[in-house]
Design a protein around this ligand. Structure first.
Ligand code: GRF
Length: 199
């Protein structure tokens, strides 16, 4: 299966996917890495021929940027589009075009803490547990059908950075478990729910 990855930052989740493919524990091929940040470290993790980026603020509108991104992604003919630390909201047109094959990893136990600053907010709210979720992407932000979650404890004295590190350590195996189901053809979106037999 062909996997396109959208990333804005350091790309440790992308690296986990690259490593699993190299180790033979994930069947698939990275066909492109796409970023809204030309300086993103994530881009450096793949050969130059697989990199696409554009500075979003050079575009007249969100729709204009998204249209260009969507065309670039479509050109790599992906079976799956993986948002791994992609920090820009995807517009409806993009989401509809790749609906049912776009997956996001989000650092919270959704439906809690959609959006940004999830670790700091979890601490501020006095939560005892936190974690990460993988879900299908729909137009509403961080609201698509949940596929899987991983939970970590929040310790007293935790900072947002410490908690982020703890969450990240479970994000990588969580994402790989989901990507294995996806690449085996075992994962399908049915509206607000998910099936794990691919039907
Ligand atoms: C991860 O916590 C991801 O869930 C979030 O941003 C972080 C990105 O990490 N949306 P990386 O770029 O994959 O290292």
């Amino acid at each position: 299966p062909r996997i396109a990855v959208l990333a804005s930052g350091r790309g440790s989740n992308l690296q986990a996917v690259i490593d699993a493919i190299a180790a033979g524990t994930l069947a698939g091929e990275i066909v492109g890495v796409y970023s809204d940040k030309p300086g993103a470290v994530a881009l450096q993790r793949v050969p130059e021929a697989l990199r696409w980026s554009a500075e979003a603020k050079r575009f007249p509108s969100r729709e204009a940027f998204d249209a260009e991104l969507a065309d670039a992604v479509a050109a790599s003919r992906p079976d799956w589009v993986l948002c791994a630390g992609y920090l820009r909201i995807l517009g409806d047109a993009f989401v509809q075009r790749f609906r049912g094959r776009t997956i996001n990893i989000h650092p919270s136990l959704l439906p809690k803490f959609r959006g940004l600053r999830t670790h700091a907010r979890a601490i501020e709210e006095g939560e005892q547990e936190h974690g990460a979720s993988v879900h299908f992407v729909i137009p509403e932000l961080d609201a698509g059908a949940l596929i899987a979650q991983a939970v970590v404890p929040i310790h007293s004295g935790d900072t947002a950075d410490l908690l982020a590190e703890r969450v990240l350590s479970v994000e990588h195996p969580l994402l790989l478990a989901v990507m294995r189901l996806a690449t085996l053809g075992r994962l399908a979106e049915h509206g607000a729910t998910v099936s794990l037999d691919g039907h």
